[in-house]
Write a protein that binds this ligand. Structure first.
Ligand SMILES: Nc1ncnc2c1ncn2[C@@H]1O[C@H](COP(=O)(O)OP(=O)(O)O)[C@@H](O)[C@H]1O
Ligand SMILES: [Mg+2]
Length: 213
């Protein structure tokens, strides 16, 4: 059985494809056979990124329909669904199919409100709350401000992933070079991104060392 991880948000530019590439790279590094099913056929961000990537360990394929993408999931250890924005129906279906659903959010009320609302919508539609997690992306400001946001989100029924992505041009540059946000030229940025992709405590995503793979 593949472990299925869904990246969802109703907004475009929210960080879904960033998280898809991050999780794909980290799980591939762990020795897993990974594919990103790129469901945003308007953008095909991940499919193009994987094609540009020098390392060929991550496969990405664009799919117009989720059911078609899911048919091929069991050929992989980890199957990442990179969702389309503004598609309530597909978002609900991704959440139903996934072992872990990651919702990217910034730290402003404008970002947090729709993220929490989406989580509620998904649980109302049948996804267990423990399968949902928020990821803090495009953060600005102090650690104290970030912790306040974590505390607010912590008061919901959903997890908040460790780590965060501060706004940084280096992340965009990494993407342009076929790299993930853990592969920038700045170690501190890479470590923050790496922490986001550690999801052991959610129990949904298997990890093993390269040696054990
Ligand atoms: N922390 C960050 N700092 C700067 N740019 C970022 C950051 N996170 C993501 N980006 C950039 O933002 C853009 C949109 O992100 P993306 O993940 O493609 O959004 P979505 O898939 O939700 O539409 C991408 O160009 C990406 O490189
Ligand atoms: Mg995208």
């Amino acid at each position: 059985m593949a472990c299925i991880i869904g990246m969802v948000s109703q907004k475009g530019g929210a960080g879904k494809s960033t998280l898809a590439r991050l999780f794909a790279r980290e799980r591939a590094r762990d020795g897993f056979h990974v594919r990103i099913a790129d469901l945003d056929t308007q953008q095909t961000t991940c499919a193009e990124w994987a094609a540009d990537r020098a390392e060929a360990e991550i496969q990405a394929q664009a799919f117009g329909r989720l059911v078609t993408a899911l048919r091929e999931a069991n050929r992989y250890d980890v199957y990442i669904l990179d969702g389309r924005p503004q598609s309530s129906e597909q978002t609900v279906e991704i959440a139903r199919a996934a072992d872990l659903v990651v919702i990217p959010t910034g730290q402003t009320t404008d970002d947090l409100k729709p993220a929490v609302k989406l989580a509620h919508t998904l649980t109302d539609a049948g996804t267990p709350p423990e399968r949902l997690a928020f990821a803090l992306v495009r953060t600005t400001g102090s650690a104290a401000e970030r912790e306040a946001v974590r505390a607010d989100l912590g008061a919901t029924d959903y997890a908040v992933l460790d780590g965060f992505l501060p706004v940084s041009a280096a992340y965009g540059i990494a993407h342009d070079r076929g790299k993930s946000v853990t592969e920038t030229t700045h170690r501190s940025l890479n470590l923050k991104a790496e922490a986001l992709a550690i999801v052991d405590r959610l129990g949904a995503v298997p990890r093993r060392t390269r040696e054990a793979a």
